[in-house]
Design a protein around this ligand. Structure first.
Ligand code: PEP
Length: 253
């Protein structure tokens, strides 16, 4: 079975105290997790160490960074390296979120460099892709997402790709309250898996976890996650509310 993941993306929200409280509220609920059914918390950089400490001793719950830089170390003021993340025991990093692509001009090529360094340091990238509204309206979403995959991922070997998690996040559904229907999500996830199969073969493609992101909440998670190629979600707004995220974790297959 493929790994099913409920991934929280706190973005630039919450004080340290609020973050600590939120994690405590999530930890105090009972969740049935195992190696193939996990929760991941992408917290702001200053809270990584705190979150690592809070989750220490909890199985199948992991801390993630929301970004990293593409270089090993050096004179890059304000940036965070994967070596730093690794030294804290961080196992995941979100890459290529549409907000980073839009506000910080992150290109497919730049993301390819970040993927390389994450994989070199054994940190699993949660690689985000997804189309803007005008592309969806023009019916070109497959070409658009296909190009993101090709330019950022296809230089990887099959062994490397197996450590990548893909998050399909249609930009028109992020933070808008507008969720892709479960059919739209399944259609794109199946397209992504078929594209990976064409490049790497069926067996590899079947192993890759593909998350859906875009206004996932307690009320729609089970329906989205029930789709055969949807392996969980990357969740923004609803991950800031313990009851919502608890229900989302419990909606995993
Ligand atoms: C996200 O930040 O990745 C996201 C999908 O946000 P939201 O759930 O708020 O749409």
């Amino acid at each position: 079975m493929r790994k099913q993941i409920a991934a929280a993306n706190w973005k630039m929200n919450l004080t340290a105290q609020q973050g600590e409280q939120l994690l405590n509220d999530i930890l105090s609920a009972e969740h049935t997790l195992n190696v193939n059914r996990i929760a991941v918390f992408a917290v702001p950089f200053p809270y990584l160490a705190m979150a690592q400490q809070q989750l220490a001793g909890w199985e199948h719950m992991y801390v993630s960074a929301q970004n990293c830089y593409s270089k090993k170390s050096g004179a890059y003021t304000g940036e965070v390296s994967v070596e730093m993340l690794q030294s804290l025991g961080i196992k995941y990093v979100v890459l290529g979120h549409s907000e980073r692509r839009e506000y910080f001009n992150e290109s497919n090529q730049f993301l390819a460099d970040k993927l390389n360094i994450c994989l070199e340091y054994n940190i699993a990238p949660i690689f985000c892709c997804g189309e803007p509204l005008e592309i969806r309206e023009a019916g070109s979403q497959n070409d658009f997402v296909g190009r993101q995959l090709k330019e950022s991922l296809y230089h990887l070997s099959a062994e490397q790709l197996k450590n990548v998690i893909i998050a399909y996040e249609p930009i028109w559904a992020i933070g808008t309250g507008k969720t892709a229907s479960s059919e739209q999500a399944q259609e794109m996830h199946a397209f992504i898996r078929a594209a990976l199969a064409a490049q790497y073969g069926n067996d590899v493609a079947e192993e890759i976890t593909i998350l859906y992101g875009g206004s996932v909440k307690a009320g729609n998670a089970a329906e989205l996650f029930s789709q055969p190629d949807v392996d969980g979600g990357l969740v923004g707004g609803a991950s800031l509310v313990a009851a919502e995220f608890n229900a989302i974790i419990d909606a995993l297959k």
